[in-house]
Design a protein around this ligand. Structure first.
Ligand code: ATP
Length: 235
């Protein structure tokens, strides 16, 4: 499905991705983890064509994505920081994205799930951070795509909304979708993810189930297991 080989990307002198290899062959929820600045967003944006790698190949369903755009119609993406036009209302933004995506959407269900009906006619500029994130989530989940990429999806959400988000992720996963998530909230990661993809020093340092990660790091606590990976204290 997704096959990344020898992916390298430098920003100036900083080598963020160094001959990175990653293969995702099945549906499920994959948590892309790693310390701040380890290249998680760079990896995601390279797959989305928002960053041009210096070297390497990225294939999706057997075809290179480099320089292509059509494959993106099958991907939904929640950016880490959404820059919405402040003068648009929530409804106007949703309609704008609907027109751009030109696919069936289920925004009403999601507006109901995140309880943002009363904000539909409010301008984005006056919304709280958490409400903006809920709008961001509606935009990301409303189109039916095979891949959903969520960069820090819990940012600003209250506990009730996090529970709704978990249910939503579970529901989409059960449809056979591939969901890639970055998050520093380990409880959330543990509850929603099947596999961990851990980035360190520009490469995939670990890829596998949470159970395997705990076993390999000799730690029953996922937060400690991740901390040990970051500190390279497990071998
Ligand atoms: N457009 C850019 N120009 C210059 N440097 C960049 C750019 N984008 C990312 N970087 C640098 O690349 C490195 C990796 O950034 P990236 O955002 O991919 O990390 P991350 O793992 O997603 O981090 P975080 O956990 O903090 O969100 C950082 O040092 C960052 O400053």
């Amino acid at each position: 499905m997704i096959d990344i080989k020898n992916l390298s990307k430098k920003f100036g002198e900083i080598e963020v991705l160094k001959d990175l290899n990653l293969e995702i062959t099945k549906g499920g929820v994959f948590a892309i983890l790693g310390p701040n600045g380890s290249g998680k967003t760079t990896l995601i944006k390279s797959f989305l064509g928002m960053i041009i790698p210096d070297k390497g190949t990225i294939d999706y369903n057997g075809k290179s994505v480099l320089g292509e755009w059509e494959y993106r119609t099958n991907i939904s993406y929640l950016p880490q920081i959404a820059n919405f036009p402040n003068n648009l209302t929530v409804s106007e933004l949703i309609n704008m994205v609907k027109n751009l995506r030109n696919k069936d959407t289920n925004e009403d269900e999601l507006i109901d799930l995140f309880k943002i009906e009363k904000f539909k006619n409010k301008k984005l500029g006056v919304l709280s951070g958490g409400t903006k994130q809920k709008v961001n989530l509606v935009l990301s989940f409303m189109v039916d795509t095979d891949i959903i990429i969520l960069d820090e999806p819990t940012t600003g959400l209250d506990p009730v909304s996090v529970i709704s988000l978990k249910e939503l992720i579970e529901k989409e996963k059960n449809k056979g979708k591939t969901i890639l998530i970055t998050s520093h909230i380990i409880n959330f990661v543990e509850e929603v993810s099947d596999d961990i993809i851990f980035l360190l020093d520009g490469k995939i340092y670990f890829k596998g189930s949470i159970a395997l990660l705990k076993e390999q790091t000799n730690n029953t606590n996922l937060e400690m297991a991740i901390a040990n990976l970051i500190l390279k204290q497990y071998d």
